[in-house]
Design a protein around this ligand. Structure first.
Ligand SMILES: [Zn+2]
Length: 59
């Protein structure tokens, strides 16, 4: 299992736990989480653009 360092106490935290077992800090994995957030933002942006195109200019 992959371990990531806790941002608060530098303890090694299992990626799947998400919370440091030593100090209780929420640990966020950077790699996949960041990509997921970027994908979500892109999806929202596309959805807004499609809605704007379908609605057309306001009368
Ligand atoms: Zn910690």
């Amino acid at each position: 299992m992959a371990l990531i360092p806790c941002p608060e106490c530098q303890a090694e935290v299992p990626v799947r736990s998400k919370i440091c077992p030593k100090c209780g800090t929420l640990v966020r994995p950077i790699g996949r989480g960041g990509k997921m957030i970027s994908f979500a933002l892109a999806a929202v942006f596309v959805a807004v653009a499609v809605v704007a195109l379908v609605k057309g200019p306001a009368p």
